[in-house]
Design a protein around this ligand. Structure first.
Ligand SMILES: [Zn+2]
Length: 317
């Protein structure tokens, strides 16, 4: 039986069950957190994280994949505590989440040097713990595939080839980065079936999505509730159209929810949550989206495929 690394050690893939493929129990910048701790309220972070973990558990979720990496305060001990106290499996990543900026210690290493850092974590554990990541994270966004972003992608590819672990690549469909990201992975000789292009559901451009699917990757329909990128109605119409075209075995449903996030001052964050993304939560899928998709024709088998079978196949290879 293939296994998947979690904060509690390797778990048989059949034990993963209902899986949210992309959620964050905390999303902050570790530089700010370490240097300016007065901006953060540790207890509030914990309360929000454990409330969300317990809430998704209440909807039958057994596993949450938390694709935090460098620059998103990946914190293996915090995630393990969430897992231990909620009873969830939490699956972590190695990698770098940057749209362009790299610190000196990465600027001054080449692709293989960066890959070696990822491989070390995959083989030995994260942040001095024995908790191993299950996959490798990288990102491209509005600046596009800059030389720094390309370097991280090539490093992710090489670490994947050395270890057999899958890759999750944050993308920006508005500038079609997914195709460029897949081109790099292809040049590096990565099996496209190991790659998930996250945030593909931020567009309803079916031509773009099908061109991406033709490369052989998985796609994340994973930002439900983030209306500022695409409204729920359009996300649903896109998922239903793709189901109709036979792509249930290539998609994931998730919300990219962040129990806490430090990208805005607290008062701005409160305003945005109330006004710009009022539906965004770690349970929106279960409360609203899934019932509506079912009512409009999604079958139980398709749902099971997207939220149980696909996570197993992507994570275990
Ligand atoms: Zn994310």
């Amino acid at each position: 039986m293939p296994t998947v690394e979690t904060t509690g050690g390797p778990v048989d893939v059949d034990q993963l069950g209902l899986t949210l493929i992309h959620e964050h129990f905390r999303a902050t910048d570790e530089a700010g957190r370490f240097q300016f701790p007065h901006l953060y309220v540790e207890q509030a972070d914990w309360d929000a994280a454990i409330a969300d973990a317990n809430a998704v558990r209440g909807h039958g979720v057994r596993t949450v994949v938390e694709p935090s990496a460098l620059f998103l305060t990946r914190d293996a001990r915090f995630s393990k505590r969430v897992a231990d106290e909620s009873g969830l499996n939490v699956v972590l990543a190695t990698g770098v989440y940057t749209y362009d900026h790299l610190p000196q210690f990465l600027l001054n290493r080449d692709e293989d040097g960066v890959a070696a850092i990822f491989v070390h974590e995959l083989e030995h554990g994260i942040q001095g713990t024995e908790i191993k990541p299950a996959f490798i994270k990288c990102a491209a966004d509005e600046p596009g595939v800059t030389p720094n972003v390309e370097k991280i992608h090539r490093a992710a590819a090489r670490a994947s080839k050395q270890t057999g672990r899958p890759i999750m690549a944050h993308s920006r469909p508005a500038s079609a980065t997914g195709l460029e990201q897949m081109r790099i992975f292809d040049e590096e000789g990565v099996d496209p079936a190991k790659v998930q292009i996250a945030h593909t559901g931020d567009t309803d451009d079916l031509d773009y999505i099908e061109r991406l699917l033709e490369t052989g990757c998985w796609i994340g329909m994973d930002r439900y509730g983030l209306d500022l990128f695409l409204a729920t109605e359009q996300r649903n119409a896109t998922v239903l159209a793709l189901l109709e075209r036979g792509y249930a075995d290539r998609m994931f449903l998730s919300q990219d929810y962040c129990s806490t996030i430090d990208w805005f001052p607290l008062e701005v964050q409160d305003y945005l949550r109330a006004n710009e993304v009022p539906d965004w939560s770690m349970t929106f899928l279960f409360e609203t989206v899934i019932p509506e998709l079912k009512q409009r024709g999604m079958t139980d088998a398709q749902l099971d495929q997207m939220m149980v079978e696909n996570p197993k196949r992507w994570l275990a290879g």
